[in-house]
Design a protein around this ligand. Structure first.
Ligand code: ZN
Length: 252
């Protein structure tokens, strides 16, 4: 059995790569190992437009080691990877023009009952981000309806959209807590943006005026379940902007 000293030394001196989970040189400059670093593609300069949301930004493209890291965080309770992504989202949000200390961080509610994790990843992220930026965190504004299945089980964009339509219910007192405030919705991964759009629509019913969204990663436009998608920037922001590429359009 390891003694307490070695456990504490490990905790202080070991840094784990958020991509592969392997130890990283603690005296090195980067938190990410040399192998994974090129795979952390920063897309935080891009704005994505989703219904009910001013714009969405994600720190990384959801691929390669970012995908591995977020999966470990999501399914295997790797809190170190989660803390890394929270830090990166906080750094991104801090640079946004809209951000000031009066913004409120709200996580997209998830399904906790189906997992053995102790946390819903969006809550984990939003709590830490709010703490880092000394902003308010409100985690109980809404909840997810039980009938909603995981978005990863939906095969087409239409299925995804239908699955999350009216997926969230406002909790009592949400309007008093949130009315008139600027909300930053937090989720781990954005794919089509349908979940964020639905959650934001629910918050609007509570009188929230302005909503932005920030995620750790976004599925790269190009491929999803082997299908190509293109991005459309509509004049009318009330439309979900991601549409399947022409060759797949008959599938939805
Ligand atoms: Zn690595």
């Amino acid at each position: 059995m390891r003694n307490i000293f070695s456990i504490i030394t490990d905790m202080i001196l070991t840094r784990k790569c958020p991509g592969c989970g392997e130890p990283v040189d603690i005296f090195g400059e980067s938190d990410i190992c040399d192998v994974c670093r090129p795979g952390f593609k920063d897309i935080s300069d891009k704005m994505f437009y989703v219904a009910n949301i001013e714009y969405l930004k994600a720190v990384y493209s959801f691929s390669g080691p970012v995908r591995h890291g977020l999966h470990r965080f999501k399914f295997r309770g790797d809190g170190a990877a989660g803390a890394f992504f929270a830090q990166k989202i906080a750094e991104m949000v801090k640079k946004e023009k809209y951000f000031d200390g009066n913004c409120v961080f709200v996580p997209v509610p998830g399904n906790i009952e189906k997992t053995d994790r102790e946390y819903v990843q969006a809550e984990f992220l939003a709590k830490r981000i709010a703490k880092k930026l000394r902003a308010e965190y409100i985690g109980d504004a809404m909840r997810k309806k039980k009938s909603v299945i995981s978005q990863t089980k939906c095969r087409t964009l239409r299925e995804r959209r239908k699955n999350v339509e009216n997926a969230f219910i406002l909790n009592k007192g949400a309007a008093e807590k949130l009315g008139g405030k600027t909300v930053i919705l937090i989720d781990d991964i954005a794919t089509t943006g349908s979940t964020l759009a639905s959650a934001a629509g629910t918050l609007k019913k509570a009188g929230v005026g302005t909503i932005y969204a920030a995620c750790a990663a976004r599925t790269p436009t190009g491929r999803e379940n082997g299908k190509k998608y293109i991005v459309r920037f509509p004049q009318n922001m009330k439309t979900v902007y991601i549409v399947p590429a022409a060759e797949n359009r008959q599938n939805i």
